[in-house]
Design a protein around this ligand. Sequence first.
Ligand code: TMP
Length: 225
Amino acid sequence: MNPLAADERRGRFITLEGGEGAGKSTQARRLVAHLARAGVPALATREPGGSPLAEAIRAVLLSGRAAQFGAAGEAILFGAARLDHIDRLIAPALAAGTWVVCDRFADSTRAYQGAGGKAPAALIDELENIVVGETRPDLTILMDLPPEIGLARARRRADGAAGDRFESEDLGFHRALRRAFLDIAAAESERVKIVDATASEDEIAANVWALVRRKFPGVMEADGK
Ligand code: TMP
């Protein structure tokens, strides 16, 4: 089979990244709906999670029970969840021509376990190579906002309940995350595009859509939009 033809049929892989309370899940849903209106088959998924096994690992990670392993051990668990998610959902969907919009992916491991948790960079890099392999995002949208604002939103959403494993880290941790995400965007400016997540939900959705159209102009035209 002509490999180029296979590549054209392949769905595109878009990830949304950022700190806490950035509104990623809302925007992931809105983007999938927008793609569907443009005639592009797409699904929304999330990490950690997205497959039954990965959702089970999510529950362990977010409960804080895995914190005793340290950031390196947590990174390995995020990696195991990601492996299953890719094998069972992401890779088959992309191969079938479905676009995948994922709320968080490997950049979150780089930021949270690498920059925030100080797991060794060599581990984070090697884990990403082994787990992600060829399934790298075509486009990553970094929803950037000051951690003070994001944490306040996340806490309002939790309605007084205690924050999960990472929400309850101190402000210094969340500032390190923001810097790490911005550094990734600077280092990989072709893949990662920044959106101001302090804007209104509608404005963010419009900005996300503009970035998607700019990145994939031919595909959108070919799909009748
Ligand atoms: P969320 O669904 O509310 O974003 O929760 C996921 C949490 O897990 C969030 O605090 C970020 C954290 N996380 C990591 O620490 N490393 C990772 O690789 C991923 C995907 C998420």
